[in-house]
Design a protein. Structure first.
Length: 134
């Protein structure tokens, strides 16, 4: 049975449910940062997925990337899957702007824990959901 890692539950806001993945917004106002988590129990690595699921995840990452790009101004999208802290397979889609809090370094290079104010967060989530058709 699929269970979302508690660290995601604590640090994110639900945005959309896609065919394979949960789409979550990281509560870090320095960046618009989505996390896609495939709803497959015990999944840790891309290579552990079936070909069909891996292709579906790739399509969902592309969709999330387009939604972010159409929702917020950005100069670059960072898309990655690491899992060094949270082993549950997930893919990050992060909107980057030249001069943002970490630019040009990875977002993990900067401690920017400040979350969204509820009205700003709710507005962003609504706009992102609209992009997903939710």
């Amino acid at each position: 049975m699929f269970v979302l890692d508690p660290r995601f539950a604590a640090d994110t806001v639900p945005v959309a449910t896609l065919g394979l993945s949960e789409v979550l917004l990281m509560d870090r106002r320095a960046w618009t940062w989505l996390v896609l988590v495939p709803r497959i129990a015990g999944l840790r690595e891309l290579i552990d997925m079936t070909d069909a699921d891996r292709h579906r995840l790739s399509d969902e990452v592309a969709l999330a990337s387009r939604v972010v790009q159409q929702t917020v101004p950005c100069d670059k999208l960072n898309v990655a899957s690491f899992g060094n802290v949270v082993a549950q397979l997930h893919v990050h889609v992060i909107a980057r702007v030249v001069g943002d809090a970490a630019w040009p370094r990875p977002v993990w290079a900067v401690d920017a824990p400040e979350g969204y104010a509820p009205p700003a967060r709710d507005d962003l989530v609504a706009r992102l959901r609209g992009g997903f058709g939710a």
